[in-house]
Design a protein around this ligand. Sequence first.
Ligand SMILES: O=C(O)CCC(=O)C(=O)O
Length: 289
Amino acid sequence: MTVMESTRAAANSATVAERVAQFERDGYVVSRGMFTPTEMRDFIAECWSFEVKGSHRPEPNSKGTMQFYSEIFRRSELIRRFITQKTLIDFLVPITGPDLWMRWDQAVAKGPGSGVFAWHTDTGYDLLPQPHFEVWIALSASRQDNGGLWVVPGSHKVRQRHKRVGKHLEAIGSERYDAPNGGKAFIEANEGDVILFSSLLLHKTYENTTGSSRWAYVGEMLKLSDYDPTSKPPYFVVAKDGKPACEFVDTLACSSDPAQIVKTLPLALRHRFGGPLVRRIRAALKATA
Ligand SMILES: O=C(O)CCC(=O)C(=O)O
């Protein structure tokens, strides 16, 4: 088993060019200690507060003591301010490009005894044709025994197919990464560490066998030029021209870009009418081709 333990000093001394190269090669990059415990305090409390406030939407991925609280940026000014801080945006834009919006976010709690969240990519869930960016922030220490984050470096280079297993999706053939020398890497993290990873990167969390919960926050960002027909307005813009933005807008220019409309049409149809209809249309088109 490869355990990648980037040291704090090494990660922080990487140049921007090295981070860009690492993201391209491995599909992720880590920033250690981006936020101090003092800077994290209110953000953590705000994320935790959703355990009491509850979700405003069904959470299909929640299972047992693994609980998701999604689209919380829509409900919290504090969260919107936190994830549009200059420190974070400066870290993101050399890799993501200068203009970004956030389609989705979630706080994740893996409580004691929580099960496995199988190997998957976030694209496998949202089915967007454009690769996008996952901003993962440790809200507590993330270790192997408390269900911390494992990744398969380089797996973002191939789009994975998934199958449904119970409530969750599992990348087809991904069992091989569970083997001791299967090529996976554990990313140990402390509160305030940030991991930026590709929506195409395979990742997994195993059981939390400790007595306390592990928490993380995940924000899912797209280039402003990339449309998501499943997202509803208002849209939250997080960066413009490489600088922090923190504003809701009613429309995105990409939603009327013909190339984007065509590219996202299968997803739009699937979202509107369901997967079986889209599969029937595809089969009919194939038969007439
Ligand atoms: O538990 C985590 O930290 C990440 C959960 C996860 O795999 C995801 O949100 O896609």
